[in-house]
Design a protein around this ligand. Structure first.
Ligand code: MF3
Ligand code: CO
Ligand code: CO
Length: 263
């Protein structure tokens, strides 16, 4: 499938879908505490998306995924399946939310720290910085490799590794559209970025040097670090604008602006 350029009408719908996905994270944040199970978080998000947003949780039944959100704890890189285990002090948790509204997808994820984790907080901060640095590279005429390079450099400078097995993606009527957005690479390589494109950046960053290897568990979904080191991820859905980029899934209180304009 070729990369699509969104029409003005599609952009309106992408803005709404992005806002709804962000709102789910804002809604669920106070519930992500010690003793809660990821199944409880799944159910709260599922009901909110269906009943309050009149939207669809995109993961549910997506290629057979059994739940409405992904919950990835500690060494889980992505695609963690909500379960009945209680969150405990020191856990780090990624909640990845994708909603469909009026046919269009909004996809975003955030890290939560349960109680205190020095290593987990440091890793989550580095992963968020990777996302924000990547977002700052987005403008018409830039190349996808420009995004990959800044993310890889920032991760490796901090003795972390970038997961290679999963990547960001075009998004719209499809959950995963072209292009693939790699979180490593070299500037001046890869597809040219164009006005009206929508894609995600969602770096998965593992603690330690040469720790990027992943394995999929027997449940066919859960992805873990091979070396069992901690992994962190943040994700935003983006729209390429004339001047730069609009973050469609931005939440209140984030340390980045919705519109980034390069003159
Ligand atoms: N939300 C994930 C992404 O960022 C994809 C999850 S697919 C699922 O692309 F089936 F695991 F939900
Ligand atoms: Co995504
Ligand atoms: Co996602």
């Amino acid at each position: 499938m070729a990369t699509t350029i969104k029409t003005a009408d599609e952009i309106k719908k992408m803005r709404i879908a992005g806002q709804l996905a962000a709102d789910v994270l804002t809604m669920i944040a106070p519930f992500v505490v010690k003793g809660t199970t990821t199944n409880e978080l799944n159910e709260l998000c599922h009901n909110f998306i269906i009943d309050e947003q009149q939207a669809i949780p995109a993961p549910l039944n997506y290629h057979g995924f059994p739940k409405s959100i992904c919950t990835s704890v500690n060494q889980v890189v992505c695609h963690g399946i909500p379960n009945d285990k209680q969150l405990k002090d020191g856990d780090i948790v990624n909640l990845d939310i994708t909603v469909i509204k009026d046919g269009y997808h909004g996809d975003t994820s955030e890290m939560f720290i349960i109680g205190k984790s020095i290593a987990g907080e440091r890793l989550a901060k580095i992963a968020q910085e990777c996302l924000y640095l990547g977002i700052h590279m987005v403008k018409p005429g830039a190349q996808l490799g420009d995004i990959g390079e800044v993310i890889q450099k920032h991760a490796e400078k901090n003795i972390c590794s970038v997961v290679r097995d999963y990547c960001g993606h075009g998004i719209g009527l499809g959950f995963h559209e072209d292009p693939q957005v790699l979180h490593y690479g070299k500037k001046g390589t890869g597809q040219k970025i164009e006005v009206g494109q929508c894609f995600t950046i969602e770096p998965m960053i593992n603690l330690g040097r040469k720790t990027e290897a992943c394995k999929v568990l027997n449940d066919k979904w859960t992805v873990e670090t091979k070396k069992k080191v901690l992994s962190a991820q943040w994700e935003h859905t983006l729209l390429v604008t004339e001047m730069g980029v609009e973050i469609l899934t931005i939440r209140p209180g984030e340390k980045i602006e919705r519109y980034i304009n390069h003159s």
